[in-house]
Write a protein that binds this ligand. Structure first.
Ligand SMILES: *[C@@H]1O[C@H](CO)[C@@H](O)[C@H](O)[C@H]1NC(C)=O
Ligand SMILES: *[C@@H]1O[C@H](CO)[C@@H](O)[C@H](O)[C@H]1NC(C)=O
Ligand SMILES: *[C@@H]1O[C@H](CO)[C@@H](O)[C@H](O)[C@H]1NC(C)=O
Ligand SMILES: *[C@@H]1O[C@H](CO)[C@@H](O)[C@H](O)[C@H]1NC(C)=O
Ligand SMILES: *[C@@H]1O[C@H](CO)[C@@H](O)[C@H](O)[C@H]1NC(C)=O
Ligand SMILES: *[C@@H]1O[C@H](CO)[C@@H](O)[C@H](O)[C@H]1NC(C)=O
Length: 831
C-alpha cells in the first residue's frame, strides 16, 4: 500500500501520534482497551470485540478498533462516540455497512476501512461525515468507483482505493463536487485502458491540485487525447507497462497533459520494463512536465542518447536508482535542477553536464561506483548548489580547478566520500555552505585552506580525520556562523587558539574530539556563540574562566566527559543559558559537594536529559540520579560532623584544662585521700620539713643537727631521708609526711618561693591544717627573702597570726633566740 503525499496530512499526524502512543505499553488500561491518552485516545486492537466497548468515554477523539470481528456496521453505529476525529476499522471482517452507519461522526477527519471484504455498502452509508478529509478504502472488494457513494464528502482531500478491483478510470460525476480532493490513489487495481472522456470531470483547472496514482495497474492502452486538456499536480505510472513497446505507446497517449510532476519507472520488486530503449520517452514532447522523475531502470545501453530529448522544457529532472554510467548527449535545455541518485557513474561527468547551461542545482549522490573527479565544471554561470555527497570520491587538489566554471556556487556538499585532498585551496568566493563531513580530508589541520572563503557561513568537517596542529586552520572565515568539527583531534588534545577571529560564530560542535583541556583564551573572541557542544570528550575539569567570554551562550553540552565536580562554575555560567547537558559524567555526590547537588536540584529546568545526570561516586550512591539524591542524608552527616568536631573540641579543652590546672586537681585528690586516711595517723615524727632541695645544706647542717642532736631530741621527717623509695611522692607526702608528723616546718627561701612543688606542698600543709583544725605549721623564713613576694605568693599574712613565724638570721644572738622559739613551738603538744 502506498501513502505517497499522505504523510503531510493533519490527520496522518494524528495517526502517527496515536501509533507513537500505541508503542508505549505503560498506558493505564481501561478494560478492555488501552487508554493511550486519557479521554482522548484509545486502542482496542485485536480484542475480539463485536462493537464499540461501552466503557469508552463519549469525549474520545481517536479510536483504534482494528482487527476485531465487527462483521457489520448498522445505522448510527458510532453514536456513543460522536466526538471522534480518527477511526481505524482495519480488518474488522466488515461485510455490510448499512445506511447512516457513520451518521453521528460530524467531526471525523480520518476513516480507515482497509482490508474489509465488503459485500454490501448502503447508498447513504457515508452520510453525516461532514468533515471527513481522508478515506482509506484499500483492499475492500470494490469493483467500480461508481459503487462508492462518496459524493456527499465535500471536504474530502485524500481517497485511497488501492488494491481493489476497479477496472476503469472513468471518474463518476460526483468527483466534480469533491472540490478539495488532492490525492486519488488507485494503485494495484485492474485498470487496463484509459479512454477519452474518462477524466472529463477534471477538465480545465479542476485537477491542478490532484495527485493521481495509477501505479501497478496493467495498462495496455491509453487512447490519445485521454489526457488532453487535463491539468494534474502529479501523475504516477510506475510498473504499469508490460514492455517498453507498450510503455512508449502509452506515453504517447498522454499527449496534451499538463502535469507538475510525472513519475515513471518501476518498483524494485516488480521490474517489468527494464531496458531503456531509444525513443522510449518520445511521447513526452507532447506533454508539459515541470518535474520529471524516473525511478529504477536497469539498463541504459545508449547512455542518455534520447533521455533528455523531450525534457528540454522541464525544469527538474530526478533520476533515481538508474543504472546510467555515462552522459552521452545533452540537448540545449532549460533544466535547472538535475539529480542522479544511485546511478552508475564511475567519474563525475562534469564536462557533459556543463551543457545544462541553466543548471542551478546539481546532485549526484549515493553512487557506489563513483570514485573519480578529474573533469572540470565549465561555464555553469548559474550553478548554486553542487551536492556530490555519499559517493566514493577520491581526488586531490580540491577544488579550485574542479569548480573553475561555477562562479556563483553557494552550497557545496562533498560529505561521505573517500579521500579528498584540500591542498589546492578553494577559489569559490561566493561559497556560503561547505559540507565535508565523514570524508577523509588531507591538508585541513595544517594549512589555512579556507583562506579565500570570506562569505562562508556553514562549515562541517566532522569526522574527517583532521588533526589540527596549526592555529591558522580557520583563517579567513570571517562570516562563519556554524562550525561542526566533531570526531577530529587536536594537538596535545587541547583546544588552543584556533577559533581566533571567528567572531560571527553562533554554533560550535567539538564533540568526540578526545579533548582533555581547553585553553583559557580559546573562546575569547566568540562573543556571539549561542550553542557549544563539547560532549563526548575527556575533560576532567571545567574551568569557568575559559567560558566567561561566551556571553550569548544559550546551549552548552558537556555531557559524556569525565567531570567530577562543577562547584566553581555555578556562579560564572553564562547568564543566558537555557540548556545545560551534564549527563554521563563521573559526578562525585559526596556531601562535600553539597552546594552543587543543591544547585542541580534548583536548576532542574536548565538540565537537558536530567534523568541521565547520575552520581558516579561514592559507591553507595552510584547511578543514583543527582536530582533524586537525598540531600537530607548530607545534612544529617553534616550534623554528625558538627557534633563530633564539637566533642573533640570539648575533649581538647578538657585536656587543656587538666594540663593547666593539674596542680589544683592533684591537690584536691591528695586532700581527698588524706581525709580517708585521717584515722590511721600516728605521730612517728615531731615535724615534717618542707623545703627546696636547693636549701638542703642549711636543713642538714643547721636544722637537723641542732634539733635532732639537741635536748630533748626532735625526730624530723625529711623526704630525702625518710620517704620509702618507690612510693609515689605525692602519697609519701601525705602518708609519711603529714599523717606521721605532728608539725610541719616550712623552710621559706627564695628557692622555695620559686619552686612550684614547694608551693604545692605548702598549700597541702595549709589545707591539712585547716582539716585538722589546729595550728601546726612552723614557718622559718631564711635571710634575704623578698617579703612582698612572700606575702603575695603564699598568701601568708592570713596564717601568720595562728602560726609560728621565725626569721633565721645568721648572728649568734638571734640564733639563740631562734632555736629557743623553734623548740618551744615544736614542744607544743609533744607527749
Ligand atoms: C470471541 O468472542 C466470541 C463471542 O463473542 C467467542 O465465541 C469466541 O470464542 C471468541 N474468540 C476468541 C479467540 O476468544
Ligand atoms: C466481493 O463482493 C462480491 C459481491 O459484490 C462477492 O460476490 C465476492 O465474493 C466478494 N469477494 C470477496 C473476496 O469477499
Ligand atoms: C490548490 O491547493 C492550494 C492549497 O494547497 C489552494 O490554495 C489552491 O486554491 C488549490 N487550487 C485549486 C485549483 O484547487
Ligand atoms: C550534505 O549531504 C549529506 C548526505 O546527503 C546530508 O546529510 C547533509 O545534510 C548535506 N549537507 C548540507 C549542508 O545540506
Ligand atoms: C585575526 O585578525 C587580525 C586582524 O584582523 C589578523 O592580524 C590576524 O592574523 C588574524 N588571525 C587569525 C588567526 O586569523
Ligand atoms: C552534541 O553532540 C552529540 C554527539 O556528537 C549529540 O549526541 C548531542 O545531541 C549534541 N548536543 C546538542 C545539544 O546538540
Amino acid at each position: 500500500m502506498f501513502r505517497r503525499g499522505a504523510l503531510s496530512h493533519p490527520t496522518c499526524f494524528l495517526l502517527s501520534l496515536a501509533m507513537l502512543f500505541l508503542s508505549q505499553m505503560e498506558a493505564r488500561s481501561l478494560n478492555p482497551c488501552v487508554e493511550v491518552i486519557p479521554n482522548v485516545t484509545y486502542r482496542c486492537m485485536e480484542l475480539n470485540l463485536s462493537g464499540v466497548p461501552a466503557e469508552i468515554p463519549p469525549s474520545i477523539q481517536n479510536l483504534d478498533l482494528s482487527f476485531n470481528p465487527l462483521k457489520s456496521l448498522g445505522s448510527n453505529y458510532f453514536s456513543a462516540v460522536s466526538a471522534l476525529r480518527f477511526l481505524d476499522l482495519t480488518r474488522c471482517h466488515i461485510q455490510t455497512i448499512a445506511d447512516y452507519a457513520f451518521e453521528d461522526l460530524h467531526n471525523l477527519l480520518t476513516l480507515i476501512l482497509t482490508g474489509n471484504p465488503l459485500w454490501h455498502l448502503g447508498p447513504t452509508a457515508f452520510h453525516g461525515l461532514t468533515s471527513l478529509q481522508r478515506l482509506v478504502a484499500v483492499e475492500m472488494n470494490i469493483s467500480s468507483l461508481a459503487d462508492l457513494p462518496i459524493g456527499n464528502l465535500h471536504t474530502l482531500q485524500e481517497l485511497n482505493m488501492g488494491k481493489n478491483h476497479v477496472d476503469s478510470l472513468k471518474l463518476p460525476k460526483y468527483f466534480s463536487s469533491l472540490a478539495f480532493l488532492q490525492f486519488l490513489n488507485l494503485h494495484s487495481n485492474r485498470i487496463s485502458s484509459i479512454s477519452r472522456g474518462d477524466l472529463d470531470v477534471l477538465q480545465g483547472e479542476k485537477g491542478a491540485n490532484l495527485t493521481l496514482v495509477l501505479s501497478i495497474n496493467d495498462i495496455k492502452y491509453i487512447q490519445p487525447g485521454a489526457f488532453a486538456g487535463i491539468h494534474l499536480r502529479e501523475l504516477s505510472l510506475r510498473s504499469c507497462f508490460e514492455n517498453s513497446g507498450v510503455m512508449k505507446a502509452c506515453i504517447q497517449g498522454l499527449a496534451g497533459l499538463q502535469v507538475h510532476r510525472l513519475v515513471l519507472g518501476e518498483f524494485r520488486n516488480i521490474g517489468r520494463v527494464e531496458d531503456f530503449s531509444n525513443g522510449l520517452l518520445d511521447g513526452l514532447c507532447q506533454v508539459q512536465v515541470q518535474e520529471f522523475v524516473l525511478i529504477h531502470f536497469q539498463k541504459f545501453c545508449n547512455g542518455t542518447d534520447t533521455l533528455f530529448d523531450c525534457l528540454v522544457n522541464t525544469s527538474t529532472i530526478r533520476l533515481l536508482n538508474i543504472f546510467l554510467n555515462q552522459v552521452t548527449a545533452v540537448p540545449a535545455s532549460r533544466v535547472q535542477q538535475l539529480e542522479c541518485k544511485l546511478c552508475k557513474f564511475i567519474e563525475v561527468p562534469a564536462k557533459k553536464l556543463s551543457s545544462f547551461k541553466d543548471l542551478r542545482v546539481l546532485r549526484i549522490t549515493k553512487s557506489k561506483y563513483l570514485t573519480g573527479f578529474l573533469q572540470q565544471f565549465q561555464d555553469l554561470p548559474n550553478l548554486e548548489t553542487l551536492d556530490l555527497s555519499e559517493n566514493r570520491l577520491s581526488f586531490i587538489q580540491c577544488c579550485s580547478f574542479h569548480l573553475a566554471g561555477t562562479p556563483k556556487l553557494k552550497h557545496l556538499n562533498l560529505s561521505f566520500n573517500s579521500i579528498i585532498s584540500l591542498s589546492g585551496g578553494f577559489n569559490v568566493k561566493e561559497l556560503v555552505s561547505l559540507d565535508l563531513q565523514h570524508s577523509k580530508l588531507n591538508g585541513v589541520g595544517s594549512l589555512p585552506v579556507f583562506l579565500s572563503l570570506g562569505k562562508l557561513v556553514y562549515l562541517d568537517i566532522s569526522y574527517t580525520s583532521t588533526h589540527v596542529i596549526s592555529q591558522y586552520v580557520f583563517c579567513g572565515l570571517e562570516s562563519l556562523q556554524v562550525l561542526k568539527m566533531a570526531g577530529n583531534s587536536f594537538q596535545e588534545n587541547n583546544l588552543d587558539n584556533i577559533f581566533m577571529n571567528l567572531t560571527q560564530l553562533l554554533t560550535l560542535d567539538v564533540s568526540s574530539c578526545n579533548l582533555m583541556q581547553v585553553s583559557l583564551s580559546t573562546f575569547a573572541s566568540l562573543h556571539k556563540l549561542q550553542e557549544l557542544n563539547i560532549s563526548h570528550n575527556k575533560l576532567l575539569t571545567f574551568d569557568p574562566l575559559a567560558y566567561v567570554p561566551l556571553q550569548a551562550l544559550t546551549v552548552l553540552d558537556i555531557s559524556s566527559n569525565q567531570l567530577t565536580v562543577l562547584t566553581k562554575t555555578l556562579e560564572s555560567l553564562p547568564s543566558r543559558l537555557v540548556c545545560l547537558d551534564l549527563s554521563d559524567n563521573l559526578l562525585d555526590c559526596s556531601c562535600s559537594h553539597l552546594s552543587f547537588l543543591e544547585w542541580a536540584k534548583e536548576h532542574r529546568d536548565l538540565l537537558r536529559s536530567p534523568e541521565r545526570v547520575l552520581c558516579h561516586s561514592p559507591e553507595h550512591v552510584k547511578n543514583v540520579s543527582v536530582l533524586n539524591f537525598d540531600l537530607s542524608s548530607c545534612r544529617l552527616s553534616a550534623a554528625l560532623v558538627a557534633t563530633s568536631v564539637g566533642m573533640s573540641l570539648a575533649g581538647a579543652l578538657f585536656l587543656f584544662l587538666i594540663y593547666k590546672y593539674y596542680f589544683n586537681l592533684y591537690y584536691g585528690l591528695v586532700l581527698l585521700s588524706g581525709c580517708r586516711r585521717y584515722a590511721e595517723r600516728d605521730d612517728t615524727y615531731d615535724a615534717f620539713v618542707i623545703h627546696s632541695s636547693k636549701d638542703n645544706d642549711w636543713v642538714r647542717e643547721e636544722l637537723v643537727e641542732t634539733l635532732e642532736g639537741g635536748m630533748p631530741p626532735f625526730h624530723l621527717c625529711l623526704h630525702y631521708r625518710d620517704f620509702t623509695p618507690g612510693v609515689p611522692i605525692a602519697s609519701s607526702i601525705i602518708q609519711e609526711g603529714f599523717l606521721s608528723s605532728r608539725k610541719v616546718i616550712a623552710v621559706i627561701s627564695n628557692h622555695f618561693l620559686e619552686s612550684k612543688w614547694c608551693s604545692f606542698e605548702f598549700e597541702i600543709a595549709q589545707s591539712w591544717q585547716f582539716v585538722e583544725g589546729k595550728a601546726g605549721i612552723v614557718l622559718i623564713v631564711l635571710e634575704d627573702v623578698d617579703k612582698v613576694l612572700l606575702r603575695r605568693r603564699l598568701g601568708l599574712s592570713r596564717y601568720l597570726r595562728r602560726n609560728t613565724y621565725l626569721e633565721w638570721k645568721d648572728r649568734e644572738i638571734s640564733r639563740h633566740l631562734f632555736w629557743r622559739q623553734l623548740r618551744t613551738a615544736l614542744l607544743h603538744g609533744k607527749t
